[in-house]
Ligand binder design. Structure first.
Ligand SMILES: CC(C)(COP(=O)(O)OP(=O)(O)OC[C@H]1O[C@@H](n2cnc3c(N)ncnc32)[C@H](O)[C@@H]1OP(=O)(O)O)[C@@H](O)C(=O)NCCC(=O)NCCS
Length: 376
């Protein structure tokens, strides 16, 4: 057995009661509630409460919690100015990363050192509430559109769609996005969550933890894969070209975005929900091409490599069908995962220990004298 695990595969880095990812069974649950059950019976607000508080809210608690979230939506004017001034061709994830980091400048709760848990919880709520507003404002600013005042009467999913498009979304669109949020809320020790926990474990502040997480999510091997799926489908272009494209990727060892998972060795339990929503939406729009292409890619990859579609594979078609611009797919993942990051940060700091793994040294074994500069 190797004395180190490349990419920390199989390494248990901490304890968490938040989400249980069962890779061999293909199951996911949050605090003992199966994701299928949560999707059917709870809204994203309830799931966020569950993650942050460790139990499901009753209706009064949910109402108060959502009121608090909604009242925290306004951004400091300096952050709005930054968003307006950001280059219009900037990546929305870069704007989000900088925007969240900047929020910390205007929040006295962004403190280093031993945490005040109540203050930390309040700061967490305010970050979760503001992330969607940064995303929507940047999108409107780059399109030359007016930045709409935040509203307090809309759910998380409805508010994002309203803030992006400037009109009340349909119930179906809100429900779809709400389910997508629930499914992306938390997922064990994924790379961005790990980043968040490593950062706050130094007793740095929560804004630094969330900023680290956003920077980590952006990569195409993690949250960026959902955008990669649409780029791939666009590049393939039509159903008859799918087989040749996939075969070419396999022959040249190129990764197919949205396929494969480090932990799930069977179907990602989130994928069927997203597939169902993608099917319904594309049927409604009368544009089955994307879903047909996706299905064929998934079929070939399962046959040829034994690899399954992951959460990003069908979420791409869902967001696309909702009319969301492709480069906002990963920010939407961040909006949903912010609840998990925040809960994981709170959990880390309730029983903290600095992360400090070792490295397997593979450099020169014998020490050498440093040669003078003019002799090298
Ligand atoms: C998610 C991911 C990074 C997991 O990576 P991992 O656990 O390190 O898996 P590995 O890279 O070791 O893959 C094992 C084998 O499957 C292949 N493989 C894994 N994912 C693949 C993909 N998406 N397309 C093609 N081949 C893939 C690898 O090339 C490797 O093949 P080999 O044994 O012939 O060399 C990887 O599957 C991937 O890059 N997927 C695409 C990006 C994506 O969708 N990310 C979102 C994850 S939720």
């Amino acid at each position: 057995m190797s004395d180190y695990a490349k990419g920390l595969e199989g390494v248990i880095a901490n304890e968490s009661a938040l989400s249980r990812v069962e890779g061999l069974a293909g199951k996911l649950s949050y605090l003992g509630y199966d994701i299928d059950d949560l999707v059917e019976h709870c809204c994203f607000g309830e799931v966020t409460y569950l993650l942050l508080k460790g139990r499901l809210p009753n209706s009064k608690e949910l109402e108060n919690f959502q009121r608090k979230l909604h009242q925290n939506r306004s951004l400091p004017p300096q952050v709005v100015d930054f968003i307006k001034a950001a280059p219009h061709d900037a990546s929305p994830m870069d704007v989000l990363r900088t925007g969240v980091s900047m929020l910390g400048l205007y929040d006295k709760r962004a403190k280093i050192g031993e945490p005040d848990h109540d203050e930390l919880y309040e700061a967490a709520i305010s970050i979760i509430a503001r992330i969607p507003v940064i995303v929507a404002y940047f999108h409107r600013a780059r399109m030359g559109l007016e930045l709409l005042p935040v509203r307090t009467d809309l759910s998380e999913a409805a508010h994002l769609l309203y803030m992006l498009n400037g009109e009340e979304p349909t119930e179906a669109a809100v429900k779809t996005l709400d389910i997508a949020y629930t499914m992306h809320a938390d997922h064990g020790m994924n790379a961005s969550t790990f980043s968040a926990r490593v950062t706050v474990a130094t007793l740095s502040d929560i804004y630094s933890g969330m900023t680290s997480a956003i920077g980590t999510l952006k990569g195409p091997l993690h949250g960026g894969a959902n955008e990669g799926v649409i780029h791939m489908l666009e590049k393939i272009g039509s159903e008859d070209k799918v087989d040749a494209y996939v075969e070419d990727c396999l022959a040249n060892k190129k990764k197919i975005m949205g396929i494969g998972h480090r932990v799930y060795k069977v179907l990602d339990p989130r994928a069927p929900h997203l597939k169902k929503m993608a099917l319904e939406l594309t049927e409604e729009l009368g544009e089955p091409k994307w879903i047909n292409m996706s299905n064929r890619i998934a079929e070939i990859m399962l046959e040829r490599k034994g690899l399954n579609a992951n959460v990003d594979f069908y979420s791409a078609t869902v967001y696309y069908s909702l009319g969301i611009p492709t480069d906002l797919f990963t920010p939407i993942f961040a909006i949903a995962r912010a609840s998990g990051w925040a809960a994981q940060i709170l959990e880390q700091l309730r029983d903290n220990r600095l992360y400090r793994p070792l490295t397997k040294y593979v450099g020169p074994q014998e020490l050498m004298p440093v040669p003078p500069l003019n002799e090298r």
